[in-house]
Design a protein around this ligand. Structure first.
Ligand code: GLA
Length: 400
């Protein structure tokens, strides 16, 4: 009986201590992911049909298109790279898809100034049914480190649904990564079901998915946004809410995010996806075909003024200040004293509005810069204008 009570108290204390927010530092004492991670991920365009040639091409095109310069400095290999284990139980890549091995690929990607991410799962199999890491955490973390991996997305398919198991399994891999001898950002992907915003940083994660998988549709973008926007209190440098990848530029392509059919979002909606993810300090992880981006996709993904809002060093997630059936207005304080303001029209028609800055908690007069038009709109205490259906205006306000 006493032993049972002791075990119960020990487990409760252990799990309780995981809810304390911890920032993981590298060997030089620098925080991992001080700003939201940025990059490109294989999943929503390619699914499991990936190989080393695709990653090479993507690396080349990420540089050539200006993505890397804009800050998208990771390529994340998602599910489908695995080829089982060798006779020493080392996880290996599929030899047909990655005949040169992941180390050679990491060397190539690194030579382009890009970091390499990889994917596994806290069970025996991944979501798509490939070899995963449960029971091999230490060994796999060392393998990833030896390959030069910089980022691990760790999924939760085929794992028990309770929170305690999730905390234990994620902590196990976070510890293994920390002991691997390499700085590897840890992305927790259990889709928000166990409220990871309360514990994911405590177990050693730098970001955690707050939602299920995003789809290439306005409805899905709004669904993930609505969940994530309520979680502003839990984000900050080294620990971020992740409402899943940007769908910008997918344009109805046939990958996993295209399973609802149709033509995806229109450009105004993709622009909103970018604006809202930036004001929520979300990871900016594109997943479109970077080799074939049209002018609009580039305009949206490469908007340096929007990216600066996302990557601001203060690391605040923007908060909802006005919310009704038509309007959502968010405010994000920035490190130099400016504020970012996003104005979203959720209705099906163009609307005109006046936003008084005092209603957002911002007194006084501000110089208003429109971050999509890239121009100053003058000095005022309010903004009045039209917002198209599903458009999000993004402004930077400087107090004068
Ligand atoms: C889950 C994740 C996705 C993707 C797939 C891969 O659904 O949430 O982001 O990684 O698994 O199978």
């Amino acid at each position: 009986m006493a032993k049972k009570l002791f075990t119960f108290l020990f487990i409760s204390f252990f799990l309780g201590s995981l809810t304390v927010c911890a920032q993981v530092k590298d060997s030089a004492g620098n925080m991992l992911a001080p700003t939201p991670p940025m990059g490109w991920m294989t999943w929503n365009y390619f699914g499991i049909d990936i190989n080393e040639n695709i990653i090479h091409e993507m690396a080349d095109d990420m540089v050539q298109s200006g993505m890397v310069k804009a800050g998208y400095d990771h390529i994340m290999i998602d599910d489908g790279w695995q080829g089982g284990r060798d006779n020493k139980n080392n996880i290996i890549p599929d030899p047909k898809k990655f005949p040169s091995g992941i180390k050679a690929l990491a060397d190539y990607v690194h030579s382009k100034g890009i970091k390499l991410g990889i994917y596994s799962d806290a069970a025996q199999l991944t979501c798509a049914g490939f070899t995963a890491s449960l029971g091999f955490e230490e060994q796999d973390a060392k393998t990833f480190a030896s390959w030069g991996i910089d980022y691990l997305k760790y999924d939760y398919c085929h794992a028990p649904s309770d929170s305690n198991t999730a905390k234990i399994r994620y902590k196990k891999m976070a510890d293994a990564l920390r002991n691997s001898g390499r700085n590897i950002v840890f992305s927790i992907c259990e889709w928000g079901g166990r409220q990871p915003w309360f514990w994911a940083a405590g177990v050693g994660g730098q970001l955690w998915r707050t939602t299920g998988d995003v789809r290439d549709s306005w409805k899905s973008v709004m669904h993930n946004y609505d969940i994530n926007v309520k979680l502003a209190n839990y984000a900050g440098p080294g620990h971020w809410n992740d409402p899943d990848m940007l769908v910008v530029g997918l344009r109805g392509s046939k990958g996993p995010a295209g399973d609802e059919g149709g033509s995806g979002c229109n450009d105004i909606e993709y622009q909103s996806n970018m604006s809202l993810w930036c004001i929520m300090a979300s990871p900016l992880i594109a997943t479109n075909d970077v080799r074939n981006m049209n002018v609009e996709t580039k305009r949206i993904l490469l908007n340096d003024e929007a990216i600066a809002i996302d990557q601001d060093a203060l690391g605040k997630q923007g908060e909802l200040k006005i919310k009704n059936d038509v309007w959502n207005v968010l405010v994000k304080p920035l490190s130099n004293g400016d504020y970012a303001v996003a104005i979203l029209n959720r209705s099906d028609a163009t609307q005109t509005t006046t936003i008084n800055f005092t209603d957002l908690g911002l007194d006084g007069k501000y110089e208003i810069r429109d971050l999509w038009q890239h121009k100053s709109l003058g000095k005022a205490k309010s903004w009045k204008g039209n917002v198209l259906s599903h458009e999000t205006k993004l402004f930077r306000l400087k107090k004068i």
